[in-house]
Write a protein that binds this ligand. Structure first.
Ligand SMILES: Cc1ncc(COP(=O)(O)O)c(C=O)c1O
Length: 372
């Protein structure tokens, strides 16, 4: 039995007719970009996360750039961002004119901490991008208490719950991606910004449409980055199922635990009080590549993420810090994502754990959980 790294098709199969009807509704309406379908989705998304406003945009990367600009970030500013994340978290900063300043992560949660952020703050820090990586929930309120506004990069954390609320409602603003493999995935690119600051939302709405409110006066240089109505319609069909799917992701993590995975590798640690909707289930092991190859040979999806951390990417060289980022380097060197989905069942979890166990039994030095 093969176990894919992601399974986006199975949860959608029972919704096939509803999805088709939603797409045809948009086709019949003739309103393809923004419009009532997007407005309805924005309303539903804002209420799902617990924010008062949502602004649909073209993708999660544009969402970050537009949100930063709506927060007032511009030339001469610094923005703190973790290095252990998808590259787009940092890539979104230079287009605002600001400079990314890389901070470290806790390799057990894969998220930034108040200490790692504090170490990267400068006199010019205008914002901190806090990434809820792999669906875990970073301590946003503690970080915002350092005195710099937080933009949550919640691209991987829609459906997670944190002690301070849902990602999307905790910081000054938050961003989401609806890339097809995400917890809530469209049938193409899409993204959104959420906030409870109406002025920030208003500026983001203007920026997503060329810096104009009315197509007549263009008040500032903006972007053409709008959510398509077909994506909004497809996302509206799925959103009511997201809590159940997130429960399924958490149940899959429990299946792994009960099958004994924690005796073989280090399991990801949920942040205190968090209920992550694991977008990726990322364990740590001293030799992740050999375990990945062994799992793949059995038809089991496995992949090391962000092996070259963002601050070491060629395009980010000019922003690379002088300091070492030991948590980032450890996470980059030892992580391995194994299959997770809303429908991963006990039998599949056992299959993954048994395959890992038989590979690691032959390599005793590679077995084991480790603390840092
Ligand atoms: C943490 C993180 N930030 C930002 C993005 C960018 O989103 P998009 O691919 O929709 O531009 C992604 C998506 O892959 C992501 O995982």
């Amino acid at each position: 039995m093969s176990v894919p790294l992601f399974d986006t098709a199975s949860p959608l199969a029972p919704l096939r007719d509803e999805l088709r009807d939603a797409i045809l509704r948009v086709v019949d309406s003739g309103a393809f970009v923004l419009g009532p379908e997007v407005q309805a989705f924005e309303h539903e998304l804002a209420s799902f996360v617990g924010a008062s406003e949502a602004v649909g945009v073209g993708n999660g990367t544009d969402a970050l750039t537009i949100a930063l600009r709506a927060m007032g970030v511009g030339p001469g500013d610094d923005v703190v961002v973790p290095s252990f994340t998808f590259y787009a978290s940092a890539e979104a900063i230079p287009p605002t004119g600001a400079r990314p300043v890389f901070c470290d992560v806790d390799p057990e949660t894969f998220c930034v901490t108040p200490e790692t952020v504090r170490a990267a703050l400068t006199a010019k820090s205008k914002a901190v991008i806090v990434v809820h990586l792999f669906g875990n929930v970073a301590p946003v309120a503690e970080i915002e208490a350092l005195g710099v506004p937080v933009l949550e990069d919640a691209a991987q954390a829609l459906g997670s719950n944190g002690p301070e609320g849902r990602p999307g409602s905790i910081g000054t603003a938050a961003t989401f991606s609806f890339f097809p493999s995400k917890n809530l995935g469209g049938f193409g690119d899409g993204g959104a910004i959420t906030t409870s600051d109406p002025e920030l939302a208003d500026r983001a709405r203007r920026l997503r449409f060329h810096g104009s409110r009315d197509k007549i006066t263009f008040e500032e240089v903006g972007y053409n980055s709008r959510l398509d109505a077909i994506q909004a319609a497809v996302l509206r069909v799925q959103l009511p199922h997201l809590d159940r799917w997130s429960d399924g992701r958490r149940a899959a993590a429990d299946h792994y635990r009960r099958a004994g995975l924690g005796e073989l590798v280090s399991l990801p640690r949920a942040s205190p009080g968090a209920e992550p909707a694991w977008h990726l289930y990322v364990v740590r092991t001293p030799e992740p590549e050999s375990l990945a190859a062994a799992l793949q040979a059995q038809g089991i999806g496995a992949r090391c993420y962000y092996r070259v951390a963002t601050h070491q990417q060629p395009a980010m060289r000019e922003f690379a810090p002088d300091r070492q980022l030991p948590g980032t380097e450890l996470a980059a060197r030892t992580n391995l994502a194994i299959p997770i989905s809303p429908v991963l069942d006990e039998e599949q979890a056992h299959e993954v754990v048994d395959a890992a166990r038989s590979h690691l039994a032959a390599r005793p030095l590679a077995v084991g959980t480790f603390r840092n």
